[in-house]
Each structure stands twice: as C-alpha cells, then as structure tokens.
Design a protein around this ligand. Structure first.
Ligand code: BES
Ligand code: MN
Ligand code: ZN
Length: 507
C-alpha cells in the first residue's frame, strides 16, 4: 500500500474516494464543509435525514456526490461528540475508514482525517497513525493457504490531504515513521504467526541474516551451541537440551549514532515453541505457544524499522532462541544449573523457561556496555491475570527508564503498566539447594519472574516488558499483534527528539 501527501482542497482533489469526518451533532470538519458546499448541501441534508451517523467510527459511503465534487465517492466517518478527539478515538476512526475503503471498491483515496484535532498530538503523529491503522486493516497472514482470493479491488493508495504546503513536511515525516513502524510490526506478526515447525531457532537466525542483506547498517552474528558452551550459558542450554532443534543466540547490531554512544540493548525471548517441557502444559490452546517468540519478533521488527529510518541511535538486539520440549535428555524439576553469571538455579518448573534463557542473554548484554537494556518477553500467564490483554507489564530497576517507556506507550497507544520490584517478592525465589529457584512461591508471578531477571541486571539500567497478554490475540482473531514494536519505536524516536506530542503554540 502506497501513501503520500497532497496539498489542495477537498472538493478539487480527484480520486476514487474522499474521506472526511463529522462530529455530533452536526459539526463538519473544514474539508467536510467544503464538500458540503460543492455538493449543494448534500452532506448536511443527509445528516438531517439521519442517513449519516456521527457515532465514533461509523462510516457512510456516498456514491456520485452531487454538484461539482471531483471525487467519485465521499466516505463520511463519524467522530463522536468530542471536539478534541482522544488519540484512541482517532485510531478507531482511521481504522474504520480504512476498513470501509477496503470494502468500497475504491483503490485510491484522499483522507482529510488528519485535519481533526487530536488532544495533545501533532500532525506527524496523526499521519503516522493513519498509516499504521490502514496497514493493520490490510494485513493478512495467508502464506500457508493454498487458495487465497485477494480482495477484488484492494485499497492501493492513500493520500493525506493537507490544506497548505507548510504542513506537508510534518505529514510526510509522520508517514515515513508510520510506514516503517507498520513494516516492523508486519515482520513481527509474520514471524509470530508462523507455526513452530516453520519458525525454528534456525529460521529466526535466517530471518536476521536476511535483514543484514537488506540493510547495510545492520550486522548479524549467530552464536551456536558450542559458543554457548564456551560462554558457560548453562541456563539457556538447560532449556535447549529437551529439543532436537539446535539453539541460537542471535545478535543484531545497528550503528546509527556517533561511535562512542552507548547502545540501547533489546533482548527478546525467542522460545519458538513452549510445551512446558517435562512440566508439560495442558493441551487446551497449546498451539498458541508458537507465539512464545513474540518478544524476539518484536526485537527483529524494531531493528528493521530503525534501519529503515536510519535513526541516529546505536542499538543492539539479542535473541536467545530455542524450543522448550520434553525429552529423555530434557531438564527435570529439581535439576540445578549454573548460569553464565555463575549463579546457580534450581529448576523447580521447566515451564518457567523464559527467564532461564533470558538470564544468560542479559549477562551477555553486559559486554556491549549498554546505556539501557530492555527485555521483551511473553513471560508469565500471571501477567494476563493482572493486566488482561490490554497492557504490557513493565518492571524496572530505574524509574527514569520506566517513565520513558510509559510515556512511549502512552504516545504510541501501545501502553504499559508498571508493577513493583519489591524485595519481598524477590525473597520468594529462595531455594534450599541453589542460589535461587526459577519460580517464586505465593503469587505475584509476573513480579517474581522479573525479580529473577533483576538478579542478572545489576550492572546497568534495565526494564522488563512482559508481553504475555498483548503479543497475540486468541479466538476468531487469533494472530500476532506486532506489539510492542510501536512502544519501542516511540521510545527510540523520543530519544532522537521527535515526541508526537504537540509543542506549545503549534497545531
Ligand atoms: N510462555 C509462558 C507464559 C505464557 C503463558 C504466556 C500463557 C502467555 C500465555 C511461560 O514460559 C510460562 O509457561 N510461564 C509459566 C510460569 C510458571 C511455571 C511459574 C506460567 O505463566 O504459567
Ligand atoms: Mn513456559
Ligand atoms: Zn514460555
């Protein structure tokens, strides 16, 4: 799908469809006003007769508008009754518009929705979110279906209309960011949606190598089992021994900043299938454990988006990748393993495998002399109990970093909610036989998991994102979401000076 920006006025820009918003009870946006005039009052008269809904996200398609409107159709999108839209309402409106366009048969359209006033968000943000919402609507995972019928007349080109040329810079910049983020999310979704037999640790490594071929700014190295042996990654290897697929530790490096700039390091859990191991999971919905590499996928997607934009940051992605399966040689409950840090771990439950592979990756992260380290993991079912499918769980040993991530989540509308890292929870990890157990007693499962990780992140500022609830959807809409690529990208964009929020005195 192609996006661009054009300066002009709503009634004169030609195309298959022009998209405008109307707020209840009868407030026409500037572009809607011009179309109403050009169509001899058609919009107002349809509003009066109740044929246009102003409910937020309701769409009405008008074919062959009257008067001298140049476009073949007008798509009116209801914006609800608030003059200043919430960012959430804006995303809902742009998604609804994209869905209606996709069904309308119009292959190109000019959208004027970016002229709507969104609370504390600038034009670049609106442009970025229009691109992301539209790309989300057209995303399909059909690479494994043999009889795919593409939509007969898909939406191919979306133009953002702006009233004067001074706005086109911001709109174009927003589009560029939004497209890159959508590309990163698509990559994360594709990797997440691929089944365990087609997305093994080796396949993830191949994907990373493919990115290296695409972007000269990316360097990829893959550590093999023998390398992990040498480094003493006993925790990671203890998970991998139950599987016939060799584990991989994938390292992606992106240099966009001045050489001495300390990098942001992203660490993504890459369990390409989590059966639970010997502590095997119940059968219901076990297929969804193919999504247990969505943290890894979000790291790879973010690296791709950053490389596409050429952001001025230094970034490292580390992906420990393995399967977690039961086998005669698999780890058993009660086994004690030695992590790369030297700390010993009693594996009380082989299903708490994510933290075992992450702790060695987090120790490995030290060698990049990181500014901050953020790990992203589908780590605990308890996170879904605590925060449902809406929020990422955030835990950090540094409040400034936590605040940066919370802000990025708020602006990108890919939100996180912070949980505490209190020592009382950490004490729940004590073991009679090793330095710690890999599970905590007495509840607070998301927090005890993070406390476990915190024992390996003492040397740097670190945040943990538990994406168990947000990384994929279940039921009819089953599939990877691409989260939290938007939050991570906003975090990095903020560090490069672009906030998405309105600056005082600007539109
Ligand atoms: N990958 C799972 C966490 C998970 C479960 C994410 C369900 C999303 C949906 C993780 O490896 C796991 O199994 N965690 C255990 C930890 C427990 C054994 C302490 C869990 O959450 O049950
Ligand atoms: Mn598990
Ligand atoms: Zn897992």
């Amino acid at each position: 799908m192609e996006f661009n920006v054009k300066t002009g006025s709503a009634e004169t820009l030609t195309g298959a469809c022009t998209v405008v918003g109307i707020t209840a009870p009868r407030h026409l946006s500037p572009a809607a006003e011009r179309l109403d005039e050009a169509s001899n009052g058609q919009l107002r008269s349809l509003l009066k007769s109740g044929d246009i809904s102003t409910d937020c996200g309701k769409t009405t398609l008008i074919h062959h508008p009257q008067g001298h409107v140049k476009a073949a159709r007008i798509l009116v999108v209801g914006c609800g009754k608030d003059k200043h839209l919430s960012p959430d309402a804006f995303s809902k409106i742009t998604s609804a518009a994209a869905r209606a366009l996709q069904e309308s048969g119009a292959t190109d359209a000019v959208s004027w929705l970016t002229e709507l006033d969104v609370e504390d968000r600038d034009l670049a943000w609106k442009a970025a979110h229009t691109a992301q919402a539209s790309r989300d609507v057209v995303y399909r995972f059909d690479e494994l279906k043999s009889d795919v019928k593409p939509p007969k007349r898909p939406l191919k080109k979306l133009t953002l209309g702006v009233a004067d040329a001074t706005q086109s810079g911001a709109a174009n910049k927003g589009l560029r960011n939004g497209i890159a983020i959508a590309n990163g999310m698509d990559l994360a979704r594709v990797l997440g949606n691929r089944p365990g037999n087609l997305c093994t640790p080796a396949d993830l490594a191949d994907q990373a190598r493919a990115l290296q071929r695409q972007y000269k700014s990316l360097k990829v190295r893959v550590l093999e089992k023998k390398d992990m042996d040498k480094l003493g990654m006993g925790a990671l290897l203890s998970v991998a021994r139950g599987s016939r697929q060799p584990p991989k530790l994938i390292v992606l490096e992106y240099h966009g900043g001045k050489k001495p700039g300390k990098p942001v390091v992203l660490v993504g859990k890459g369990v390409t299938f989590d059966s639970g191991g010997i502590s095997i999971k119940p059968g219901a919905a076990m297929d969804e454990m193919k999504f247990d590499m969505c943290g890894a996928a979000s790291v790879i997607g973010t690296m791709a988006a950053v490389a596409e934009l050429g952001l001025p940051v230094n970034l490292v992605g580390i992906v420990p990748a393995t399967e977690n399966l039961p086998d005669g040689d698999a780890s058993k409950p009660g086994d004690v393993v030695t992590s790369m840090s030297g700390q010993t771990i009693e594996v009380l439950n082989t299903d708490a495998e994510g933290r075992l592979i992450l702790c060695d990756a987090l120790t490995y992260a030290d060698r990049f002399d990181p500014d901050v380290v953020i790990d992203i993991a589908t780590l605990t079912g308890a996170c879904i109990v605590a925060l449902g499918k809406h929020a990422t769980g955030l835990l950090s040993n540094n409040q400034k970093l936590a605040d940066e991530l919370l802000e990025a989540g708020q602006v990108s509308w890919d939100r996180a909610w912070q949980l505490p890292l209190w020592k009382e929870f950490d004490e729940q990890l004590s073991s009679n036989f090793a330095d710690m157990a890999n599970i905590g007693s007495n509840g607070g499962g998301t927090i005890t998991a993070a406390c476990f990780l915190s024992r390996f992140t003492k040397h740097y500022r670190w945040a943990h994102l538990d994406i168990a609830g947000v990384a994929w959807k279940s039921g009819d809409a089953k599939g990877a979401t691409g989260r939290p690529v938007p939050m991570l990208m906003q975090f990095l964009l903020n560090r490069c000076g672009g906030s998405g929020r309105k600056r005082a005195g600007t539109k």
